[in-house]
Ligand binder design. Structure first.
Ligand SMILES: NC(=O)c1ccc[n+]([C@@H]2O[C@H](COP(=O)([O-])OP(=O)(O)OC[C@H]3O[C@@H](n4cnc5c(N)ncnc54)[C@H](OP(=O)(O)O)[C@@H]3O)[C@@H](O)[C@H]2O)c1
Length: 239
């Protein structure tokens, strides 16, 4: 196992989730200190148990990223404790669908924008100044295939993910010459426990595994990907 991230600090927002857990494990296995903001203690406890012998490299911080001041305080506390930050992966997200636009509850539309777009803005708004000042770091935002393939009955989700890709593309332009890079990845349906529960009759074999997507994220965060900035990379295999 290579240890490309020994001595690095990786912030995995959404690190307790179905994809985030695999990303957290992949960074731990390659030597990183991994910081996970969490809202629910049992989820963090479960991730810590899952980390097994690597748990000493894992640090959870209670933070609701939907709250701007909580996101800012979280980054301040993280920098105070760790002294540095090298990687930010935003795997925070939620899905709501099933209703046509005119049947969609406005509050549900706003929730999609809040969790899939606004939380990422708050996180990056707080996290980027120290990275830019130091002249190094990598940002990965987990968007969705839905940012490109605009299916019906998901206006809020599709709009929030498309906007998130545009935001990261604009950020990548802002970052030119700073030594910091920002890219999006676009998963289709991932083989998570939640998706298996929600779609029990689906062919799970067609769904990419979280661990496979995590390996791509690690590549994008590694020095081998130093030339990649402003990309939105499909990660849905044959699906
Ligand atoms: N699963 C898929 O098939 C799929 C497909 C395409 C794209 N994606 C995208 O991939 C990403 C990860 O998906 P997933 O399946 O791993 O989702 P998930 O299991 O629901 O995980 C989402 C994570 O985000 C956290 N979170 C949500 N709101 C938060 C907030 N305000 N502050 C802090 N943390 C918050 C959740 O923590 P809590 O426990 O506190 O809620 C959880 O850790 C998302 O952006 C999703 O849209 C997923």
């Amino acid at each position: 196992m290579p240890r490309r991230f020994a001595d690095k600090v990786a912030l995995i927002a959404g690190g307790t989730g179905g994809l985030g857990r695999a990303v957290t494990m992949a960074f731990l296995e390659e030597g990183a200190s991994v910081i996970v903001p969490y809202r629910r203690q049992p989820e963090m406890d479960s991730l810590t148990r899952f980390a097994g012998d690597l748990r000493s490299q894992l640090h959870g911080y209670f933070a609701d990223l939907a709250d701007d001041s909580a996101a800012s305080d979280f980054i301040g506390n993280l920098l105070g404790a760790e002294g540095r930050l090298d990687v930010v992966v935003n795997a925070v997200g939620a899905y709501a669908g099933g209703a046509k636009l005119w049947q969609t509850d406005a509050a549900e539309f706003d929730r999609m924008l809040a969790v899939n777009l606004r939380a990422g803005f708050a996180l990056l708004h707080a996290a980027l100044p120290p990275l830019v000042k130091r002249g190094g770091g990598v940002i990965i935002n987990v968007a969705s295939r839905a940012a490109l393939d605009h299916s019906g009955a998901a206006a809020g989700y599709v709009a929030s993910k498309a906007a998130a890709v545009a935001m990261i593309d604009s950020l990548a332009a802002d970052l030119k010459g700073t030594g910091v890079r920002a890219n999006s990845i676009l998963p289709g349906i991932i083989d998570t426990e939640a998706n298996r529960r929600a779609m029990p009759t689906a062919d799970f074999a067609k769904w990419p595994k979280p661990e496979a997507i995590a390996r791509i994220i690690l590549f994008l965060c590694s020095d081998e990907a130093a030339l990649i900035n402003g990309a939105a990379i499909p990660v849905y295999g044959d699906a």
